[in-house]
Design a protein around this ligand. Structure first.
Ligand SMILES: C[S@@+](CC[C@H](N)C(=O)[O-])C[C@H]1O[C@@H](n2cnc3c(N)ncnc32)[C@H](O)[C@@H]1O
Length: 348
């Protein structure tokens, strides 16, 4: 049972619904896989994580094979990505000697699951980024940003109103809209989010986290690779979505029992990272990125000794990752780094 009673901004509401210690979605259950509410790319096929491993190794080579190199995975979920990553490290001994892996996860429940799944001495769980003391560092997040609460605003008659969710006796009652202050207007304008009509989505918390990541990159060298579902140009849509047992749910219902996410604004991420003086490659979609890394060639090798059923399963999973109608084009990939580099694997 949730303890919601009163009025909450959308981000405060999502924060409680997902992360409250007693009833929050991520605090209580394992949402991943068939028995859960959704699947992500590392759970669909290990080839996804293998391709990211190839990318990370190439990045390390491009940096001049530093003797110490840190990878920070942001929001590791059920640990699938890291498990595949670690399993394949053995094939690359000099990289394995250099890399340290850190996992940043806020859900205690998921940390337990990750520890069981990954079971590898190279991996350290961290509570915050202060625990990262040297570099270069590569931050990696798959579907990390879409799980960080956002604020929502509606624009009506050229005025901007923040959206609030009102709860009565633990149940949704109504939405409330409050006109924003001049200070908030200025902030939205500065980020290029102001528009004439429709919905504005502002990932305030996400940008705060990104800022602390950028500080580490600027200090110790390195970069950030993010994969998430999202768009390149804001259309003024309300993109909040909620899933329960793989089915659509209205986001204010089933509090704590359903996942809540939104589409990531990649134009905003790109502008923000550039404003923080990082260098950016162009943004590409997941299908482009994975194909450039050789996922189809890898699938061919893996399927050589597979029987018909295994082959069918492998290509069915690949199709989910790559198809334009599925994850292939909705998911985008962005990479930003401290130094301007000609390293453009996966992006060109
Ligand atoms: C949608 S899941 C993605 C999981 C995983 N990356 C995958 O691809 O399967 C989001 C993950 O981010 C974690 N998370 C959300 N906000 C976080 C924060 N501020 N710090 C650390 N982890 C966070 C969640 O607990 C969860 O593990």
């Amino acid at each position: 049972m949730n303890n919601l009673n009163g009025t909450y901004s959308v981000d405060k509401f999502i924060e409680s619904a997902l992360y409250d210690k007693s009833y929050g979605y991520y605090s209580k259950k394992n949402p991943f896989g068939k028995q859960g509410d959704f699947v992500t790319a590392p759970l669909i096929s290990p080839l996804f994580s293998e391709m990211v491993l190839v990318w990370v190794i190439s990045y390390w080579i491009n940096l001049g094979k530093p003797k110490e190199f840190s990878l920070v995975e942001l929001g590791p979920g059920n640990g699938s990505f890291c498990k595949t990553f670690c399993k394949n490290l053995k094939k690359f001994p000099s990289f394995e000697n250099s890399i340290k892996i850190f996992l940043l996860e806020r859900s205690k429940k998921l940390i337990k699951i990750q520890k069981n799944t990954i079971n590898n001495k190279k991996v350290t769980w961290i509570k915050n980024l202060d625990q990262i003391k040297n570099g270069p560092i590569l931050f990696f997040g798959n579907e990390f940003f879409d799980s960080i609460p956002i604020k929502q605003f509606e624009v009506k008659n050229f005025s901007v109103y923040e959206k609030f969710v009102n709860f009565k006796n633990h149940k949704f009652n109504k939405f409330i809209f409050k006109e924003v202050s001049a200070k908030t207007l200025k902030k939205l304008k500065k980020l290029g989010l102001l528009r004439k009509k429709g919905t504005i989505e502002y990932p305030q918390k996400g940008l705060e986290i990104l800022e602390s990541i950028v500080k580490k990159i600027t200090k110790f060298d390195g970069g950030i690779l993010l994969i998430d579902y999202g768009y390149l140009k804001a259309q003024g849509n309300d993109t909040l979505q909620s899933l329960k047992s793989h089915k659509k749910n209205i986001f204010y219902n089933n509090v704590g029992k359903a996942d809540i996410t939104y589409l990531v604004n990649f134009e905003l991420l790109s502008k923000f990272l550039t404003s923080q003086k990082l260098f950016l490659n162009k943004i590409v979609n997941q299908s482009f990125f994975l194909k450039k890394l050789g996922i189809l060639e890898r699938a061919e090798i893996v399927s050589k000794n597979a029987n018909f059923k295994e082959k069918a399963d492998l290509y069915y999973r690949l199709e989910r990752l790559l198809s334009e109608k599925k994850m292939g084009s909705l998911f985008k990939v962005i990479f930003a780094s401290k130094n301007k580099t000609n390293f453009n694997l996966g992006f060109k």
